[in-house]
Design a protein around this ligand. Structure first.
Ligand SMILES: [Zn+2]
Length: 336
Protein backbone atom coordinates (compact mmCIF):
# COMPACT_ATOMS: atom_id res chain seq x y z
CA UNK A 1 0.00 0.00 0.00
CA UNK A 2 1.91 3.09 -1.23
CA UNK A 3 0.12 5.50 1.15
CA UNK A 4 1.15 3.59 4.29
CA UNK A 5 4.67 3.17 2.92
CA UNK A 6 4.98 6.93 2.31
CA UNK A 7 3.55 7.73 5.74
CA UNK A 8 6.05 5.41 7.45
CA UNK A 9 8.89 6.87 5.37
CA UNK A 10 7.99 10.46 6.32
CA UNK A 11 7.49 9.49 9.99
CA UNK A 12 10.95 7.92 9.94
CA UNK A 13 12.53 11.14 8.65
CA UNK A 14 11.06 13.64 11.11
CA UNK A 15 14.54 14.27 12.57
CA UNK A 16 13.13 15.74 15.77
CA UNK A 17 10.87 18.21 13.94
CA UNK A 18 7.77 16.50 15.35
CA UNK A 19 6.59 13.44 17.26
CA UNK A 20 5.16 10.13 15.99
CA UNK A 21 2.74 7.94 17.88
CA UNK A 22 0.94 4.70 17.07
CA UNK A 23 -2.63 5.23 18.29
CA UNK A 24 -3.67 1.62 17.71
CA UNK A 25 -2.83 -1.47 15.75
CA UNK A 26 -5.58 -2.70 13.47
CA UNK A 27 -5.40 -6.46 12.93
CA UNK A 28 -6.61 -8.11 9.77
CA UNK A 29 -6.09 -11.79 8.95
CA UNK A 30 -2.91 -12.08 10.98
CA UNK A 31 -1.35 -8.78 9.87
CA UNK A 32 -1.21 -5.70 12.05
CA UNK A 33 -1.56 -2.21 10.56
CA UNK A 34 -0.48 0.87 12.56
CA UNK A 35 -2.78 3.85 12.99
CA UNK A 36 -0.24 6.66 13.08
CA UNK A 37 -0.49 10.23 14.41
CA UNK A 38 2.10 12.98 14.04
CA UNK A 39 2.30 16.13 16.09
CA UNK A 40 4.22 19.37 15.74
CA UNK A 41 4.50 22.36 18.05
CA UNK A 42 4.39 22.61 21.84
CA UNK A 43 3.55 19.63 24.05
CA UNK A 44 0.96 21.55 26.07
CA UNK A 45 -2.47 20.12 25.07
CA UNK A 46 -4.19 23.38 26.02
CA UNK A 47 -2.30 25.26 23.27
CA UNK A 48 -4.35 26.17 20.17
CA UNK A 49 -4.45 23.32 17.68
CA UNK A 50 -5.06 22.56 14.03
CA UNK A 51 -5.67 18.88 13.22
CA UNK A 52 -5.77 17.17 9.82
CA UNK A 53 -7.35 13.74 9.26
CA UNK A 54 -7.58 11.49 6.20
CA UNK A 55 -8.30 7.98 5.00
CA UNK A 56 -11.46 7.36 7.05
CA UNK A 57 -12.95 5.74 3.97
CA UNK A 58 -10.45 3.30 2.47
CA UNK A 59 -11.57 3.88 -1.11
CA UNK A 60 -10.87 7.59 -0.92
CA UNK A 61 -7.10 7.33 -1.23
CA UNK A 62 -6.76 10.89 -2.51
CA UNK A 63 -7.66 12.26 0.97
CA UNK A 64 -4.69 10.48 2.55
CA UNK A 65 -2.47 11.63 -0.32
CA UNK A 66 -3.46 15.27 0.22
CA UNK A 67 -2.57 14.98 3.94
CA UNK A 68 0.78 13.36 3.07
CA UNK A 69 1.48 16.07 0.52
CA UNK A 70 0.93 18.69 3.22
CA UNK A 71 3.05 16.72 5.71
CA UNK A 72 5.93 16.53 3.24
CA UNK A 73 5.81 20.29 2.52
CA UNK A 74 5.53 21.12 6.19
CA UNK A 75 8.54 18.96 7.11
CA UNK A 76 10.64 20.85 4.55
CA UNK A 77 9.35 24.25 5.70
CA UNK A 78 10.11 23.36 9.31
CA UNK A 79 13.79 23.03 8.35
CA UNK A 80 14.25 26.54 6.98
CA UNK A 81 11.15 28.76 7.19
CA UNK A 82 11.28 31.03 10.25
CA UNK A 83 7.53 31.74 9.99
CA UNK A 84 6.64 28.06 10.42
CA UNK A 85 9.29 27.64 13.11
CA UNK A 86 7.74 30.52 15.04
CA UNK A 87 4.23 29.10 14.58
CA UNK A 88 5.45 25.79 16.04
CA UNK A 89 6.46 27.63 19.24
CA UNK A 90 2.84 28.37 20.20
CA UNK A 91 0.42 26.54 17.90
CA UNK A 92 0.10 22.78 17.58
CA UNK A 93 -0.43 20.86 14.35
CA UNK A 94 -1.68 17.26 14.45
CA UNK A 95 -2.06 14.81 11.60
CA UNK A 96 -3.71 11.41 11.35
CA UNK A 97 -3.29 10.73 7.61
CA UNK A 98 -4.63 7.18 7.39
CA UNK A 99 -7.41 6.27 9.81
CA UNK A 100 -8.55 3.15 7.95
CA UNK A 101 -5.46 1.31 6.66
CA UNK A 102 -7.20 -2.06 6.26
CA UNK A 103 -10.03 -0.50 4.23
CA UNK A 104 -7.46 1.19 2.00
CA UNK A 105 -5.60 -2.05 1.48
CA UNK A 106 -8.87 -3.82 0.54
CA UNK A 107 -10.23 -0.92 -1.57
CA UNK A 108 -13.26 -0.67 0.72
CA UNK A 109 -15.11 2.34 2.01
CA UNK A 110 -15.56 0.49 5.32
CA UNK A 111 -12.94 -1.02 7.61
CA UNK A 112 -12.00 -4.72 7.63
CA UNK A 113 -15.17 -5.54 9.63
CA UNK A 114 -17.31 -3.86 6.92
CA UNK A 115 -18.24 -1.02 9.28
CA UNK A 116 -18.40 2.52 7.86
CA UNK A 117 -16.24 4.50 10.30
CA UNK A 118 -18.13 7.74 9.54
CA UNK A 119 -21.44 6.08 10.55
CA UNK A 120 -20.07 4.30 13.63
CA UNK A 121 -20.45 6.88 16.43
CA UNK A 122 -23.44 6.64 18.81
CA UNK A 123 -25.39 9.49 17.21
CA UNK A 124 -28.92 9.22 15.79
CA UNK A 125 -29.92 11.62 13.01
CA UNK A 126 -33.24 13.41 13.31
CA UNK A 127 -36.04 12.49 10.93
CA UNK A 128 -33.94 10.36 8.60
CA UNK A 129 -36.02 7.75 6.80
CA UNK A 130 -34.78 4.16 6.89
CA UNK A 131 -34.70 4.16 3.07
CA UNK A 132 -31.82 6.61 3.02
CA UNK A 133 -29.31 3.80 3.37
CA UNK A 134 -26.31 6.06 2.72
CA UNK A 135 -27.21 7.95 5.90
CA UNK A 136 -26.21 4.80 7.82
CA UNK A 137 -27.91 1.40 8.07
CA UNK A 138 -27.87 -1.62 10.38
CA UNK A 139 -29.40 -4.11 7.93
CA UNK A 140 -26.36 -5.81 6.48
CA UNK A 141 -22.59 -5.58 6.05
CA UNK A 142 -23.11 -6.47 2.38
CA UNK A 143 -23.98 -2.94 1.37
CA UNK A 144 -22.01 0.19 2.35
CA UNK A 145 -22.80 2.60 5.18
CA UNK A 146 -23.15 -0.20 7.78
CA UNK A 147 -23.08 1.35 11.26
CA UNK A 148 -22.12 -1.72 13.31
CA UNK A 149 -24.27 -3.64 15.81
CA UNK A 150 -26.44 -1.39 17.97
CA UNK A 151 -24.88 -0.87 21.41
CA UNK A 152 -21.59 -2.55 20.47
CA UNK A 153 -18.33 -0.74 21.29
CA UNK A 154 -16.98 1.46 18.52
CA UNK A 155 -14.51 0.01 16.04
CA UNK A 156 -10.80 0.09 16.96
CA UNK A 157 -10.11 2.89 14.45
CA UNK A 158 -12.97 5.18 15.56
CA UNK A 159 -12.23 4.55 19.22
CA UNK A 160 -8.55 5.41 18.67
CA UNK A 161 -9.47 8.69 16.94
CA UNK A 162 -11.89 9.58 19.77
CA UNK A 163 -9.25 8.89 22.44
CA UNK A 164 -6.70 10.96 20.52
CA UNK A 165 -9.11 13.90 20.03
CA UNK A 166 -10.15 13.78 23.71
CA UNK A 167 -6.54 13.86 24.84
CA UNK A 168 -5.07 16.28 22.29
CA UNK A 169 -7.94 18.59 21.30
CA UNK A 170 -10.42 18.73 24.20
CA UNK A 171 -8.00 20.59 26.56
CA UNK A 172 -7.59 23.39 23.95
CA UNK A 173 -9.79 26.48 24.02
CA UNK A 174 -9.27 26.93 20.30
CA UNK A 175 -9.22 24.07 17.81
CA UNK A 176 -9.91 23.58 14.11
CA UNK A 177 -10.01 20.16 12.46
CA UNK A 178 -10.29 19.06 8.86
CA UNK A 179 -11.10 15.54 7.69
CA UNK A 180 -10.53 14.96 3.95
CA UNK A 181 -12.91 12.83 1.87
CA UNK A 182 -13.83 12.45 -1.80
CA UNK A 183 -16.65 11.08 -3.90
CA UNK A 184 -19.52 13.55 -3.61
CA UNK A 185 -20.60 16.08 -6.23
CA UNK A 186 -18.66 18.21 -8.71
CA UNK A 187 -17.43 21.01 -6.44
CA UNK A 188 -15.08 20.92 -3.46
CA UNK A 189 -17.18 21.33 -0.34
CA UNK A 190 -16.03 22.47 3.06
CA UNK A 191 -18.61 21.10 5.45
CA UNK A 192 -19.21 21.94 9.08
CA UNK A 193 -21.57 20.19 11.55
CA UNK A 194 -24.16 18.97 11.82
CA UNK A 195 -24.72 15.80 9.81
CA UNK A 196 -27.40 14.61 12.25
CA UNK A 197 -29.82 17.54 12.03
CA UNK A 198 -30.69 20.55 9.88
CA UNK A 199 -30.65 22.71 13.01
CA UNK A 200 -27.75 25.20 13.32
CA UNK A 201 -24.62 24.16 15.21
CA UNK A 202 -23.01 26.34 17.85
CA UNK A 203 -20.04 27.61 15.82
CA UNK A 204 -21.97 29.40 13.04
CA UNK A 205 -20.54 32.81 14.02
CA UNK A 206 -16.94 31.56 13.87
CA UNK A 207 -17.47 29.68 10.59
CA UNK A 208 -18.97 32.66 8.81
CA UNK A 209 -16.09 34.82 10.06
CA UNK A 210 -13.62 32.20 8.80
CA UNK A 211 -15.46 32.10 5.47
CA UNK A 212 -15.18 35.89 5.16
CA UNK A 213 -11.49 35.70 6.00
CA UNK A 214 -10.93 32.99 3.36
CA UNK A 215 -13.02 34.89 0.76
CA UNK A 216 -10.94 38.03 1.32
CA UNK A 217 -7.53 36.39 1.66
CA UNK A 218 -7.91 33.97 -1.28
CA UNK A 219 -10.57 35.65 -3.39
CA UNK A 220 -10.35 32.98 -6.11
CA UNK A 221 -10.69 29.94 -3.84
CA UNK A 222 -12.96 27.13 -5.02
CA UNK A 223 -14.72 25.95 -1.88
CA UNK A 224 -18.43 25.85 -1.21
CA UNK A 225 -18.76 26.27 2.56
CA UNK A 226 -21.99 24.89 4.03
CA UNK A 227 -23.40 22.73 6.85
CA UNK A 228 -23.20 19.06 5.89
CA UNK A 229 -26.95 18.71 6.56
CA UNK A 230 -27.59 20.95 3.54
CA UNK A 231 -26.52 18.02 1.31
CA UNK A 232 -27.69 15.01 3.32
CA UNK A 233 -28.29 13.80 6.88
CA UNK A 234 -26.37 10.89 8.39
CA UNK A 235 -26.37 8.76 11.55
CA UNK A 236 -23.21 8.06 13.51
CA UNK A 237 -21.07 11.00 12.31
CA UNK A 238 -17.83 10.99 14.27
CA UNK A 239 -17.41 14.78 14.15
CA UNK A 240 -20.96 15.47 15.36
CA UNK A 241 -20.24 13.15 18.26
CA UNK A 242 -16.89 14.71 19.20
CA UNK A 243 -18.11 18.27 18.64
CA UNK A 244 -21.02 17.82 21.08
CA UNK A 245 -18.78 16.17 23.66
CA UNK A 246 -16.18 18.94 23.38
CA UNK A 247 -18.85 21.53 24.14
CA UNK A 248 -19.87 19.83 27.37
CA UNK A 249 -16.22 19.97 28.50
CA UNK A 250 -15.25 23.39 27.08
CA UNK A 251 -18.47 25.41 26.97
CA UNK A 252 -16.43 28.59 26.48
CA UNK A 253 -14.10 27.02 23.92
CA UNK A 254 -14.26 26.85 20.15
CA UNK A 255 -13.78 23.62 18.17
CA UNK A 256 -14.69 23.63 14.48
CA UNK A 257 -14.38 20.19 12.86
CA UNK A 258 -14.54 20.70 9.08
CA UNK A 259 -14.91 17.97 6.49
CA UNK A 260 -13.38 18.63 3.08
CA UNK A 261 -15.36 16.68 0.50
CA UNK A 262 -13.49 16.72 -2.82
CA UNK A 263 -15.87 16.87 -5.77
CA UNK A 264 -14.65 13.75 -7.57
CA UNK A 265 -17.56 13.55 -10.02
CA UNK A 266 -15.79 16.17 -12.11
CA UNK A 267 -12.85 13.83 -12.62
CA UNK A 268 -15.32 11.15 -13.70
CA UNK A 269 -17.05 13.56 -16.10
CA UNK A 270 -13.74 14.26 -17.80
CA UNK A 271 -12.84 10.54 -17.98
CA UNK A 272 -16.11 8.66 -18.32
CA UNK A 273 -14.34 5.28 -18.20
CA UNK A 274 -13.56 5.97 -14.54
CA UNK A 275 -17.24 5.40 -13.85
CA UNK A 276 -16.68 1.68 -14.35
CA UNK A 277 -13.93 1.48 -11.76
CA UNK A 278 -14.70 1.58 -8.06
CA UNK A 279 -11.46 3.41 -7.26
CA UNK A 280 -12.07 5.75 -10.21
CA UNK A 281 -15.26 7.11 -8.69
CA UNK A 282 -13.36 8.40 -5.69
CA UNK A 283 -9.90 9.29 -6.99
CA UNK A 284 -8.32 11.14 -9.89
CA UNK A 285 -6.82 8.56 -12.29
CA UNK A 286 -4.55 10.60 -14.50
CA UNK A 287 -1.15 11.58 -13.05
CA UNK A 288 -1.42 15.26 -14.06
CA UNK A 289 -4.84 15.50 -12.45
CA UNK A 290 -3.65 13.84 -9.25
CA UNK A 291 -0.69 16.25 -9.05
CA UNK A 292 -3.08 19.15 -9.50
CA UNK A 293 -5.32 17.90 -6.66
CA UNK A 294 -2.29 17.44 -4.38
CA UNK A 295 -1.26 21.06 -5.02
CA UNK A 296 -4.73 22.56 -5.05
CA UNK A 297 -5.58 22.12 -1.38
CA UNK A 298 -2.25 22.87 0.30
CA UNK A 299 -3.07 26.56 0.60
CA UNK A 300 -6.34 25.76 2.41
CA UNK A 301 -4.52 23.68 5.03
CA UNK A 302 -1.90 26.42 5.35
CA UNK A 303 -4.67 29.03 5.67
CA UNK A 304 -6.43 27.10 8.47
CA UNK A 305 -3.18 26.61 10.39
CA UNK A 306 -2.50 30.35 10.11
CA UNK A 307 -6.08 31.11 11.18
CA UNK A 308 -5.56 29.05 14.36
CA UNK A 309 -2.26 30.84 14.97
CA UNK A 310 -3.89 34.28 14.43
CA UNK A 311 -7.49 33.84 15.61
CA UNK A 312 -8.36 37.49 16.38
CA UNK A 313 -10.32 38.13 13.14
CA UNK A 314 -12.66 35.15 13.53
CA UNK A 315 -12.91 33.92 17.12
CA UNK A 316 -14.21 35.25 20.42
CA UNK A 317 -15.45 38.60 19.16
CA UNK A 318 -17.45 40.58 21.68
CA UNK A 319 -20.95 39.26 22.38
CA UNK A 320 -22.85 41.72 20.18
CA UNK A 321 -20.56 41.14 17.18
CA UNK A 322 -20.82 37.41 17.70
CA UNK A 323 -24.63 37.65 17.76
CA UNK A 324 -24.58 39.69 14.57
CA UNK A 325 -22.37 37.13 12.82
CA UNK A 326 -24.48 34.28 14.08
CA UNK A 327 -27.61 35.91 12.59
CA UNK A 328 -25.84 36.42 9.26
CA UNK A 329 -24.88 32.74 9.24
CA UNK A 330 -28.47 31.71 9.95
CA UNK A 331 -29.65 33.80 6.98
CA UNK A 332 -27.03 32.39 4.65
CA UNK A 333 -27.21 28.71 5.56
CA UNK A 334 -30.43 28.00 7.39
CA UNK A 335 -32.94 30.27 5.63
CA UNK A 336 -33.77 32.08 8.87
ZN1 LIG B 1 -15.60 9.67 2.72
Amino acid sequence: MPELRELLFLADHLDGLGRVETLANVDYQGTSFPLIALSFGPDDPSAPVFAVFGGVHGLERIGTRVVLSYLQTLMELARWDRCIQRMFETTRLLMVPLINPVGMMLNLRSNGNHVDLMRNAPVEAEGLSAWHLFGGQRLTTRIPWYRGIEGAPMEVETQAVCDFVRREIFPAKLAVGIDIHSGYGVVDRLWFPYAKTRKPFGGVAEVIALKKLLDHTYARHVYRIEPQSQEYLAHGDLWDYLYDEYNTIQPEGCFIPFTLELGSWLWVKKNWWQFFSRIGLFNPRLPHRERRILRRHLFLLDFLYRAVHSPEPWSFPDISRREQRHRRGLELWYGE
